[in-house]
Design a binder for this molecule. Structure first.
Ligand code: MD6
Ligand code: FE
Length: 213
């Protein structure tokens, strides 16, 4: 049977009690998402943040929505103002909020209303070291993560840094939803491999939607 017959469906893979990988869930929306990302990053350009320890992050970041995630020598936090422009972050486009809400619902988290969307841009060789997402106000809301462009090997650990780590491939259009008992699992991204994606060229873009306030 022709595999293309299944291209519109979104097989869901359960990876933990609160984690679902929705394969290709965002694929048909990719062009609209990329168009919105171009508009957002015209106002709030991608930049390399500095960690509290003083290291420049290899991943370039921007944000949209009421709150944006930032890092500098003072620490990690969410704030309403882009420190680079002094202006509020660009608003979250309706197509972003709808996608995040419907993916969360599909994964069993009804009523997800994100107030923050972090936009990460990777090029070959860039990586994100193992971390927990713990800068949000409460952990009851899930996180919805959308992958676009070049594939990534996602490291999916446990609740303790030293727990064993699973390697998952995240492809263009894949949406990872995690919350509940998995909300504080350690995770990261291995260095992105060389490649050329038809829409994004030598880049991977990840959107992470959160309820931060
Ligand atoms: C990324 N994502 O995939 C980085 N965090 O580029 C994350 O750090 C992340 O994908 C929490 C939940 C899902 C994620
Ligand atoms: Fe994270």
């Amino acid at each position: 049977m022709n595999a293309d017959l299944f291209a519109e469906t979104s097989p869901a893979e359960r990876l933990g009690p609160g984690t679902m990988l929705l394969h290709r869930f965002a694929e048909s929306k990719a062009a609209a998402l990329l168009n919105a990302i171009d508009q957002i990053t015209a106002q709030a350009p991608f930049r390399h943040l500095v960690t509290p320890g003083g290291q420049r992050m290899s991943v370039a970041m921007s944000n949209c929505g009421a709150l944006g995630w930032v890092s500098d020598r003072a620490g990690y936090r969410y704030q309403a103002i882009d420190p680079q422009s002094g202006l509020p972050w660009p608003p979250m486009p309706a197509c972003f909020a709808l996608l995040a809400h419907s993916a969360a619902e599909q994964a069993g988290f009804a009523g997800f209303a994100p107030d923050a969307c972090l936009i990460n841009r990777y090029t070959p060789g860039t990586r994100l070291s193992l971390h927990q997402d713990r800068d949000e106000h409460d952990y009851s809301a899930p996180i919805v993560s959308v992958s676009l462009g070049l594939p990534a090997v996602f490291l999916f650990g446990g609740l303790v840094r030293s727990d064993p780590v699973k390697h998952l491939t995240l492809q263009h259009g894949d949406v990872l939803v995690w919350g509940g008992p998995d909300r504080l699992r350690f995770h990261g991204v291995k260095p992105i491999g060389e490649g050329l994606h038809s829409l994004l060229g030598m880049q991977r873009i990840n959107l992470t939607f959160r309820r931060a306030a």
